[in-house]
Design a protein around this ligand. Structure first.
Ligand code: ZN
Length: 157
């Protein structure tokens, strides 16, 4: 009986759940020092597998969460200011050329209105004005979006 030692799979099962074995195998393990020794080795290995990663994960997780929280709270105090500054800069960048454009466009309107005094030129001018305004708005929106994307990237890294 002692010559037929329990298979490795059964020893592993015993180490994992001692109550889940049949009576023949469990009594052999209890009586055979070699099998009991091997079962204990498996048990310590399983115990190590079960406890070690959990402990290291808990430590790393709390550390990562704490650093993330402190990092974000620092950045969130800085981010609205950067967004505000970007908004003001965007307005200035947009307002300056559009103001210049408006002046020259006004001159253009004045010159052509006196030259032709036609409804066609006025319509064209309105179309040009609308186009310039639309392009300026789109460029402003795009600039703001690009800046916000950059700020977001800065927050993540
Ligand atoms: Zn044995």
């Amino acid at each position: 009986m002692m010559h037929n030692h329990v298979a490795d799979a059964v020893l592993q099962q015993y180490a994992f759940d001692p109550g889940g074995l049949n009576e023949v195998d469990s009594s052999h393990i209890r009586e055979c020092s070699l099998c009991l020794n091997r079962a204990e080795t498996y048990r310590s290995i399983f115990h190590g597998i079960r406890t070690q990663p959990a402990a290291s994960f808990d430590f790393d997780l709390s550390k990562a969460v704490m650093s993330k929280l402190s990092g974000e709270s620092e950045k969130s105090g800085w981010s609205p200011w950067a967004t505000f500054l970007a908004f003001v800069a965007g307005i200035l960048v947009l307002a300056t050329p559009s103001y210049i454009y408006r002046k020259s466009l006004y001159l253009f309107i004045k010159v052509h209105a006196t030259d032709m005094a036609g409804a066609i030129s006025t319509t064209v001018i309105y179309l040009v004005l609308t186009g310039v305004l639309a392009i300026s708005l789109f460029q402003g929106y795009d600039l703001l979006r690009k800046y916000q994307r950059k700020i977001k990237r800065l927050n993540y890294y």
